[in-house]
Structure formats: C-alpha cells, structure tokens
Design a protein around this ligand. Structure first.
Ligand SMILES: *Cc1c(COP(=O)(O)O)cnc(C)c1O
Length: 465
C-alpha cells in the first residue's frame, strides 16, 4: 500500500519538464537527452520503490540525480585521463602523447584549407604523401616511403600488393598474435598471400628459408615478436643473413618491425629491437612500423624501403582505403621535424622524454605528487608514501623491459584498495592506476606536469567519497 502511495507521488515527465529545472535543461541540452535523463531516473525510482529500497520521495534529490544523468548523456565520451600506470606506450590509454609543436601544426592544418594535395609551384594536383616522404627518407636512410593508417594496414597493403596468390616465407617462431586481431597467419590469409611456414617454434635457420624458396616465392618475411619473447635454445637468422639470401634468389626481404624506433635506445638501457635505420642498412628491402609506438607520433603505419617496391605498393587500389587524413599527416610531419635534431626529439617528444626519464627525476616528480596529495587528503585518511618500482614501456613493444621508476603508494584507511582504484577511475579526469602490495600505486613516470594538481585533487576526492 505504502508502495502505491510513493509511486503516485512521483512527478510525471510533463510536470518535470514544466518545472524551473526542466525549463533550464531544455534551454541547455538537446531535448532527446533531457527526456531520456528524466525517464531513466523515474524508472529507477519506480524500481526502487517496488523492491522496497525507497521509503520516501525527495523531489530535490531526484532532480539533482536527473541533472547529473542529463549532463552525463550530453558530455563527450572520449575524455582526457591521467595515466598513472607507468606504461608509456599504453594502447588502451591512447599510446603516444603529442607535443605542443605537433599539435600546433595539426590545428593549423585542420582548421582551414591547405596544400594537402595541391602542387603550389605548378598550380595543379599534388601528392598527399610528398609532405612527409623526404623527411622519412632523410631520417631513416630509406630510398622511398609511404604512410598509411596504422602498422596493421601497412603490413596488409604490402602483402596484397606484393604477394597476393604467391608464397611468403615466415619462421614458425614469428607467427605471433600482436593483440587486437592482428595475427600473422590470419593477416596473411586475408591478404591472399600464401603462408609458407619454415623452421620450428624455437629454431629457424637460414637454410630453412632457402629450402623453401621456389619460383612462386614473393617475400621472405620477418615479424618482430613484440610482446612475446622466447629464451633458451633459440635461433633465428639475422637480417643481414636473410638479406643475403634474398639477394641471391632475388626475393625481397620484408621486416614488420612493430614499434619502429628511430633513435638508439641502448644507452638508456632499453634494447629489444634494432632501429629502423639499422634494419635498412642490414639490407631489409621493406620495413613497416607504427607511428604511435616508440616513434612517439600519431597513429599511423610507415612503410620504408626500396623504391621499386614502394612504387608497386603505392599503385595498389588498397592504398586509397588505408589513406591517412590531413591531421595525421600534419602530426607526422611535425613529429619527424623534431627528429632532425635528435636532442630536440628526446626533449620534446613526450614518449621519448618519459622513456628516457632518469630515476632521480621521476623520484622528484613522485615527491611533488605525494606532497600535494598529503596536503589535500585529510589526516589519517590514507597512508601515502614514495616507493621504488619498475615501469613498462608498453605498446606491445618492449613489454618485458622494466625501467626503474618511483611511484606514490596510497593505502586508504576507510576503504579497500580495490574500492579506491575504482573510485579513481570515476574522477574527472579519470585516474588510471594499478594495485600492488595492497596499495594503489601511482607511477610518476607517466604523470604529465599538468596532471599533478588534478591527480592530487582526484585522489583526495576519491578517498573522502
Ligand atoms: C604493434 C604491431 C603491429 C600493429 O601495429 P598498429 O600500428 O597497432 O596497427 C603489427 N606488427 C607488430 C610487430 C607490432 O608490434
């Protein structure tokens, strides 16, 4: 009986629309979401009353909930987040962060018309890829280059253009799944190329490739194992060895490098794959890599190598389907410009800066975060301390390379660490952290300067909720 009374006491959609709040919402938000927000909350209210979870109706509280619901429906879904995971190239958090110089170029090009495909000198149609080709060739030492939407597309278009209906020889140890749906055998069959597996899981010799070469062989292909590693009794021929073999039998050698580093990272204790320059000078005819992994640019796939091969790929119909847009091109051009001066690239490309950050510098950053946090969080509400830890570079690249880092470990007194981790994700901006040793661990390596204040505020808000 009590339920019935509460149900009839609920206002109707129309009544709410006619109230001061309703008028205000209709003024500010699209009608469709105002209606949906009101209906969602009324429905939830009815359900609560029916299940005995509500004993009185508080109209003001209900209106506030509707307001929150409508705002949520009307706000952007894609939003900035604070990456406190320490994983520099985090695919789920957007991989590489772009620098100011890069963003300026993107904004300038995207905000108006440009010479995207217009030859200013001759006043006729120009080529979209021309804006970045010279830079890529100069930096990598490649004869020719192309850019497509991502590295998966780069590999695919190479296979379609050069190996459709023909055989591609790949080591059994390199038939990997990179993540998402990029699996070498599947990419191969979708492209129409015929996979010719050679060797064993752990050992593949140059003669395995050589024995498999026949008149229908289109490519010898190497795939970087990315987030997978084999140790122990293993062997795979070097790029030099494969290149010599390819030359002998006039079969091009293609290397899907994955991350595509343009800078030697060994001095920073990071070594998993050779640089693009090294692979090219070792004799690879075609190399593909991502724009937003170790290169630190926009999402994209770069194809570099021999001009005669690049020319064939450029003419393939599929190029149109994987064509990059002007924002990507602008971001590539500006990122590559930074590489013309390697010291500048290391300072200004956020991915490189974070990867190469010295432990002392990260420690200072962690101390700054902790100090702010202690000021914001009520005394006794949490234990906050600096811990030494290891961060991953990420991006399916170098995942097992652990870099010395410093983090802020937070142990809340009034809730579990899992509860705190979940609350952090619901802050604005959301804070993504990990849990370790019964603490929420915030790695200072990937916390950007402008994130420090909102991070402290977000942790404080989450703890007091
Ligand atoms: C990451 C990766 C890919 C896929 O690159 P995307 O740019 O994410 O499409 C392909 N191959 C290898 C070896 C990779 O590491």
């Amino acid at each position: 009986m009590e339920h019935q009374k509460l149900l009839t006491a609920l206002p109707s959609v129309d009544e709410i629309l006619k109230s001061a709040e309703g008028a205000c919402w209709l003024d500010r938000y699209p009608r469709r979401y105002v209606l949906q927000g009101i209906r969602d909350m009324l429905q939830r209210e009815r359900d609560r009353i029916r299940t005995g979870g509500r004993f009185s109706s508080d109209l003001q509280a209900l209106l506030a909930e509707m307001d929150a619901r409508i705002q949520k429906l009307c706000s952007y879904s894609l939003q900035p987040a604070i990456n406190a995971t320490g994983v520099v190239v985090h695919t789920n958090l957007g991989r590489s962060v772009l620098s100011d110089a890069v963003l300026r170029h993107v904004t300038e090009i995207a905000a108006g018309y440009s010479n995207l495909e217009y030859d200013l000198e001759h006043g006729r149609r120009g080529k979209r890829y021309s804006h970045v080709q010279r830079l890529i060739n100069d930096i990598t030492g490649a004869e020719a280059s192309l850019i497509v939407n991502n590295n998966a597309a780069a590999v695919f278009v190479c296979l379609v253009a050069l190996a459709k209906g023909r055989e591609v020889i790949v080591s059994r140890g390199e038939l990997v799944e990179i993540g998402g749906s990029f699996r070498v055998p599947d990419v191969m069959s979708n492209s129409g190329a015929i996979l010719r597996e050679v060797g064993t899981t752990n050992k593949t010799h140059a003669y395995d490739y050589e024995n498999a070469i026949n008149e229908n062989t289109a490519l010898l292909m190497k795939v970087h194992q990315s987030n997978f590693r084999m140790v122990g009794f293993t062997e795979t021929p070097s790029v030099e060895r494969l290149a010599a073999l390819g030359k002998k039998h006039t079969v091009p050698v293609m290397f899907d490098l994955g991350s595509g580093s343009l800078i030697d990272m060994k001095p920073y204790g990071i070594y998993i794959e050779p640089t693009v320059q090294e692979v090219l000078s070792a004799g690879a005819d075609l190399v593909t890599f991502s724009g937003d992994k170790l290169l630190g640019g926009p999402q994209g796939g770069v194809i570099v190598g021999k001009k005669e091969l690049i020319d064939i790929i450029a003419k393939n119909q599929l190029m149109r389907a994987v064509r990059v847009d002007k924002m990507t091109l602008a971001a590539f051009e500006a990122t590559l410009h930074l590489y013309l001066d390697e010291e500048r690239a290391k300072k200004e490309i956020p991915t490189l800066r974070m990867l190469f950050m010295k432990p002392e510098e990260i420690k200072k950053r962690a101390q700054k975060i902790a100090a702010r946090m202690k000021k914001a969080v009520a005394a006794g509400a949490a234990d906050i301390r600096i811990v030494q830890d290891a961060s991953q570079s990420g991006g399916g690249a170098l995942s097992e390379v652990l870099l010395e880092t410093f983090a802020v470990a937070v142990r809340p007194s009034g809730m579990t660490v899992n509860a705190l981790e979940a609350k952090l994700r619901k802050q604005k901006p959301p804070i993504i952290a990990r849990i370790k040793d019964d603490a929420v661990v915030l790695d200072a390596r990937t916390v950007l300067d402008e994130d420090i204040a909102p991070l402290a505020a977000g942790v404080s808000a989450a703890i007091s909720e």
